[in-house]
Design a protein around this ligand. Structure first.
Ligand SMILES: *Cc1c(COP(=O)(O)O)cnc(C)c1O
Length: 479
């Protein structure tokens, strides 16, 4: 037995590289990352995938492939194809970021691997995360005692907010078909998914009329609630957006909050994209109504330029969140009064989870808030700038002035089908690959979008985008 143990130990110890091996691994990984970042300005933003030639990952076997082999595979098969979200040229979907210092936070969190799910197990880690949630709460004007959770993203955060709403309103399964949820046709699809996952898929969904800038019309909401009440339905939840993904529209949050208060409905605000613009003076007034929500979703992996994997939900009434997610029914339910003593696991569907706070906290410590704020202000201005400049190119027409950092536009050809032309236009831009733009359908029309949120996007990228669009449109118009 001792021999056997010794043999096993010797092999198992390979999981703990010695200092020299560690230094070598770190050096090679760091060199790889540096090479990627140094080459980034010249890399394409979009490279079409070809599944028929895509290399297969090395087999997983008892014998190692080794770091060099693994990095080779990443280089040839992973970090080159598809959209490159690290590129400043990504102005297609709401871009993610990837500030380098967040990776260092992840690195440290993974090395010391503190348990951030339970206060007793990782008090320092949990407190650090709570301080971040309190900070976010203060940004949006939430009271001190609000609860929150750092999630993997906006979809999970929407789910958590909706489940908290369900618990607060005690929506019972038998009543679901009579309950009414109000939202905009612009609401992110993760909201409907969350309703379904939360067992609310059978509820009545009222898709409200929008104004000319794609915002919910408060009168439409008020009228729908009246009608539903008269029809013996149970209105209970309004989902508003602070920055729709499609066009960046901010619903009239204050007016919606008034109506929700009057009718005692839960106001959930999906600010996954737009929430952190509250740091900008230019957007403060627009987003002020977030302070009156019952729950708010914000995505640091969008508005704070973190790598993917960082969302947040904030819930004004910590009891609702606790009721939704606590896992020890016997555990001093009545004694729990203070959000400071609750564990993340009592406020989240997750138990064991990564120590997500560090990837957000470390960049804030290293850079301070100023460059984040400046980058967000810059994005607001760049969207306005794009909107102004693309109109000057003959043939292009634009949607409404951007409320945040998304601009919509399209080319109107002298003859032929505009939808088809714009589809071809986007194909041309993608083939070029230097920038990545996207499209959507608005009122049945094929419309192009510029969604500007990458911290690496600056004026030169926007000028380049306009140049590429102008050239491609001219070429297409001649054919
Ligand atoms: C991106 C987005 C989501 C979904 O967030 P993920 O982090 O991608 O899960 C939800 N709502 C809005 C408004 C978004 O922009």
């Amino acid at each position: 037995m001792l021999d056997e143990l010794a043999k096993l130990e010797e092999i198992a110890r390979r999981l703990e590289p010695d200092p020299e091996q560690r230094a070598a691994l770190n050096r090679d990984v760091e060199a790889y990352a540096s090479q990627f970042l140094d080459a980034l300005p010249g890399l394409k933003t979009y490279v079409a995938d070809d599944p028929s030639t895509a290399p297969q990952p090395p087999a997983i076997a008892d014998e190692p492939v080794g770091l060099a082999g693994a990095l080779d595979y990443l280089a040839c098969a992973v970090d080159k194809t598809g959209i490159n979200p690290a590129s400043g040229g990504h102005i297609g979907y709401i871009p993610g970021g990837g500030v380098y210092t967040a990776a260092l936070g992840d690195y440290l969190a993974d090395v010391f691997n503190r348990y951030s799910g339970v206060l007793f197990a990782g008090p320092g880690a949990v407190r650090l995360e709570k301080s971040l949630l309190r900070w976010m709460g203060s940004l949006i004007g939430f009271p001190e005692g609000a609860a929150g959770d750092l999630t993997s993203g906006g979809s999970m955060a929407n789910l958590a907010g909706i489940v908290a709403a369900r618990e607060a309103h005690e929506v019972r399964a038998v009543d679901v078909p009579r309950t009414v949820v109000y939202l905009s046709g612009q609401a992110h699809h993760s909201v409907e998914k969350a309703l379904r996952v939360a067992g609310l898929g059978e509820c009545v969904l009222r898709v409200l009329d929008l104004d000319e800038r794609y915002r919910i019309r408060p009168d439409a909401l008020a009228a729908a609630i009246e009608t539903d009440r008269e029809g013996a339905l149970i209105p209970w939840l309004v989902v508003a957006s602070a920055g729709t993904t499609d066009v960046g529209a901010v619903d009239p949050l204050d007016a919606l909050a008034d109506i929700c208060r009057q009718h005692r409905l839960w106001l959930h605000i999906d600010a996954a994209y737009g929430g952190f613009f509250v740091l900008c003076d230019a957007a403060k007034a627009l987003l002020g109504g977030m302070s009156r929500a019952d729950s708010v979703v914000m995505d640091p992996h969008k508005g704070l330029f973190l790598p993917y994997g960082s969302g947040a939900v904030l819930v004004r009434d910590q009891a609702a969140m606790h009721k939704a997610f606590n896992y020890q029914a016997h555990y001093m339910q009545d004694a729990v009064q203070d959000v400071a003593t609750m564990s993340p696991a009592d406020l989240s569907p997750e138990l064991s989870r990564p120590f997500r706070g560090l990837r957000l906290w470390l960049p804030l410590m290293i850079h301070g808030l100023a460059p984040f704020r400046a980058a967000l202000d810059e994005k607001l201005l760049l969207a306005k700038y794009f909107h102004r400049e693309i109109q000057k190119v003959p043939g292009f027409e634009v949607g409404p002035e951007p409320q945040l950092s998304v601009a919509t536009y399209r080319y109107i050809p002298k003859s032929g089908d505009a939808d088809r032309f714009n589809k071809q236009l986007i194909d041309e831009v993608q083939k070029d690959g230097r920038v990545f733009i996207s499209s959507t359908r608005i009122n049945g029309q094929f419309v192009l979008r510029a969604a500007i949120l990458n911290f690496r996007t600056h004026r030169d990228t926007v000028d380049l985008t306009i140049e590429i669009l102008a050239d491609a449109a001219m070429r297409l118009a001649k054919t």
